[in-house]
Design a protein around this ligand. Structure first.
Ligand SMILES: Cc1cc2nc3c(=O)[nH]c(=O)nc-3n(C[C@H](O)[C@H](O)[C@H](O)COP(=O)(O)OP(=O)(O)OC[C@H]3O[C@@H](n4cnc5c(N)ncnc54)[C@H](O)[C@@H]3O)c2cc1C
Length: 381
């Protein structure tokens, strides 16, 4: 019987994880990796919820669970006056953990190394010349290759998605930036923290007890700051947060544009888009990639079901059903994060009111339970 063939365009985290997961099925996979001149070393981290971590451990990280740091505590703070940080909400789970954090560069290296040894996955290096949506084929090095499915995991290169699938966008771009760095320190920080600061939300995600990754989303006015100014700002903010003599050693600062974007067109015929190529969420509390993982798990289950029933995957209802299963959740989740970002945008007139609203939040155990469940399994499951 002819082998089912799936092509994944893009070798970012979405593409690499999708390739590894789908390779557990009876399919042949091609992953297209664009030739790039610049070697960019990503200093960010990815935080994964416990249920997503279990899914990944079962299929990919069985023997390499130690790439991830298990974080058992999350604390949320709001800056109400200059250098006054109100701890308004805490979560803790000492048994299962609340999130699993890995450095993107380690995650990527591991995925690429295991991919090389995976006989079901073939990497094609180069640029695609054309995608034929009607025939589910693409032209690569002047050769036309036919597939049963094509998955677009092209990240910010969403023009390719919009030209193939169409564009029905909900977008808000306030030209903000996220600055990221890794901080080595001499105190013990085992839990992760989210600060809603005057300049914008800052997440501290520990990699180990003496090192955390920092992601600070900032107003567009900070774009003109030099890297040195940003480093000084980070250092002085952290010193006022930890209110003690601390040694801080910052790695190189990187900048990423951030905006909210949701394309309602996820698929057409046998082509489906995954990850940042269809939706971007603000990097608050490390949630972005968890949506991608739930999409991939759902896709995996649907393809598996079709294969078990001896059905073809091309021209099937898989993408249609995946779209209706996942779109509402992705939309609600993205909007929820967008609203959270807006709620906490600093305004000196509303800051005292926000403080009043947040004051007793930590006492509502049932709300915290719901919050934890949503962060772990999403809204719909
Ligand atoms: C500052 C910041 C911090 C974040 N922090 C977190 C976090 O803590 N936790 C979390 O869960 N999420 C986080 N996210 C979100 C997370 O980083 C993204 O969801 C994830 O990296 C998306 O990966 P991707 O593969 O979809 O896109 P990308 O990483 O952009 O990868 C796309 C890939 O496709 C390739 N490509 C593009 N066009 C083509 C083409 N034509 N042919 C072949 N290849 C192509 C590119 O070269 C690239 O390798 C954060 C995002 C930002 C901006």
């Amino acid at each position: 019987m002819k082998k089912h063939k799936i092509c994944i365009v893009g070798d970012g985290l979405s593409g690499l994880i999708t390739a590894q997961i789908l390779s557990k099925l009876d399919v042949e996979i091609h992953i297209i990796s664009k030739k790039s001149q610049h070697k960019f070393v990503d200093n960010r981290t990815t935080a994964i919820s416990p249920s997503n971590f279990n899914f990944l451990s079962e299929h990919i990280f069985k023997k390499k669970r130690n790439i991830f740091y298990q974080c058992k505590k999350v604390e949320l703070y709001h800056e109400n006056k200059n250098n006054n940080f109100n701890n308004f909400l805490n979560f803790e789970n000492s048994k299962k953990g609340l999130m699993f954090i890995a450095e993107n560069k380690k995650l990527r290296n591991f995925l690429i190394t295991t991919l090389r040894h995976n006989k079901k996955i073939k990497t094609l290096k180069g640029n695609i010349e054309k995608i034929d949506i009607k025939k589910t084929a693409l032209t690569f090095k002047e050769k036309k290759i036919y597939y049963d499915m094509i998955l677009l995991c092209v990240g910010k290169n969403y023009k390719i998605v919009e030209s193939l699938l169409g564009k029905r966008l909900i977008k808000e771009d306030k030209k903000e930036i996220a600055v990221t760095t890794t901080v080595k320190h001499n105190f013990n920080l085992s839990g992760s923290r989210q600060y809603f600061l005057k300049e914008g939300p800052m997440a501290l995600l520990p990699i180990n007890k003496n090192q955390f990754s920092l992601i600070w989303s900032m107003h567009q006015s900070f774009k003109s700051y030099s890297d040195n100014d940003i480093r000084n700002l980070i250092t002085s903010k952290l010193k006022s947060i930890f209110k003690k003599k601390v040694n801080l050693n910052l790695s190189k600062v990187q900048r990423f544009p951030i905006y909210f974007k949701f394309n309602r067109n996820f698929f057409k015929n046998n082509i489906f888009a995954i990850g940042d190529s269809v939706y971007n969420v603000y990097p608050i509390a490390g949630q972005g990639f968890n949506l991608v993982l739930r999409d991939v798990e759902n896709l995996f289950e649907k393809i598996k079901e079709n294969l078990n029933l001896g059905l073809q995957i091309k021209d099937s209802l898989i993408f249609n059903n995946l779209y209706y299963d996942r779109k509402p959740e992705n939309f609600l989740y993205s909007m929820g994060i967008n609203l959270t970002q807006k709620f906490f945008r600093y305004n000196k007139f509303t800051a005292p009111i926000k403080n009043e609203i947040l004051k007793d939040l930590n006492r509502f155990e049932f709300l915290k339970k719901i919050g934890l469940k949503i962060a772990d399994r999403g809204i719909i499951n």
